[in-house]
Ligand binder design. Structure first.
Ligand code: GCO
Ligand code: MG
Length: 395
């Protein structure tokens, strides 16, 4: 089902013969209809008659049994089925999913959220407000002098949403040099303001070349960032060799990856410190726990993507995995538009900057179909970025 409580979500409902309902998230921001069609037209007919108990076999059937493997749409669709089947198994056994994954290895899962301000004073205000909510890990993003729009910040607004409604993507103008002049100064002011203890994160959103990324990482070393995220476009993994040669700033990458094959070389080669693969976008709990287990061998930590554009069902799955897997280090918790809580009733909780899964059976998130119908889907896109000369840049 497609619904738009403040932003678009795709939700999968799986019902067993004995009436147990499992919910899965299948949201791919700006490509919602493609994944909805993949589920409705290509997966739903295959699920009829399968045994809902056989989560792993269903995963293998939908992944290995299909010639055209991988990719964001396919893997999100498989992820949605996987989430729904874990939800069903938990409900059938009357246990929260983290128990089925082996129980807790930590009492609570560290969370970080986004501070955003167009100017540095606005950003510092946002940082202070977030600290007051108890967070000890914060991602800081600001505007860049000379640019009208920048990833992670909304001018004249204190909330940020990456997608905007409309039939076409908004075009943003990007200037890497302006960003590289400003980001170190802005982050130094944040570090000065918060002192040494706060875990400070920053996202470069795939925009830099390897040498630009190396320079930024080196310049930021004195600020002791918790991590610097997505410095270069994720496809070119060799870029990280060069970045690593020049900086000890910890690197996080992986929100656009969708299988273990996308991150195994980075993990084994120890080219990253945090793997950010999203629990739903990479085939669900059944697959991402394998990524976590591989990462754990190499002291790489799991830090799943958790923006507002994956639904609370994915957030819950991340919390169940993170609390029960040794690799689970930190969870992104961007937060949701207000209306989301009318549609998704969650049992996980955010307490003093940490997430806890709650004891409801399954994933612990109920989807209110009636409420969802009150928020019809509206086409929305992520922006695109162009350089000052008009050529496309990585957004
Ligand atoms: C993050 C991400 C997101 C993405 C968004 C795209 O670190 O949370 O970079 O903000 O831009 O998920 O849909
Ligand atoms: Mg990111």
């Amino acid at each position: 089902m497609l619904t738009s409580p403040g932003r678009n979500y795709v939700t999968l409902k799986v019902t067993t013969d004995d009436g147990i309902v499992g919910w899965g998230d299948a949201t791919v921001n700006g490509r919602e209809l493609a994944v909805a069609s993949y589920l409705r037209d290509h997966i739903a007919p295959l699920l009829v008659g399968l045994d809902a108990d056989r989560i792993e076999d269903t995963w293998q059937y939908l992944y290995r049994g299909v010639y055209w493997r991988r990719g964001p749409i396919t893997m999100a669709a498989i992820g949605a089925v996987d989430l729904a089947l874990w939800d069903i198994k938990g409900k059938a056994l009357n246990q929260p999913v983290y128990q089925l994954l082996g129980g807790k290895v930590r009492d609570r899962l560290l969370a970080y959220t986004h501070a955003t301000g167009w100017s540095t004073p606005e950003l510092l205000e946002s940082v202070d407000a977030i600290r007051e909510r108890g967070f000890t890990a914060i991602r800081a993003q600001s505007g860049v002098p000379g640019l009208d729009s920048v990833y992670g910040v909304q001018r004249h607004r204190d909330a940020y949403e990456p997608a905007s409604r409309g039939a076409k993507p908004v075009v943003e103008v990007w200037d890497t040099e302006a960003y590289l002049r400003h980001a170190p100064v802005m982050l130094a002011e944040v570090r000065d303001h918060v002192g040494p203890e706060l875990k400070l994160l920053h996202d470069a959103h795939h925009r830099l070349t390897p040498i630009e990324a190396a320079r930024l990482g080196k310049e930021l070393e004195p600020l002791r960032l918790f991590w610097l995220e997505d410095v270069t476009p994720a496809e070119n993994q060799q870029a990280l060799d060069l970045v690593r040669q020049h900086t000890t700033t910890p690197l996080a990458i992986g929100e656009v990856f969708n299988t273990i094959w996308d991150c195994k070389d980075l993990i084994i080669g120890q080219k990253i410190d945090y793997v950010r693969t999203c629990v739903m976008h990479a085939g669900g709990i059944s697959h991402v726990r394998r990524i976590f287990d591989l990462a754990n061998l190499y002291q790489v930590k799991g830090a799943p993507h958790g923006p507002s554009d994956v639904s609370p069902l994915t957030m819950a799955a991340s919390v169940h995995l993170g609390i029960s897997n040794p690799a689970g280090a930190i969870q992104e918790y961007m937060g949701y538009p207000r209306e989301v809580s009318e549609v998704f009733h969650v049992s996980y909780e955010l307490v003093d900057g940490y997430l806890v899964p709650g004891e409801a059976p399954g994933l612990g998130v109920e989807f209110d179909e009636q409420a969802a119908a009150g928020f019809p889907f509206e086409s929305a896109y992520l922006p695109v970025a162009r350089d000052r000369d008009g050529s496309m840049h990585d957004w």
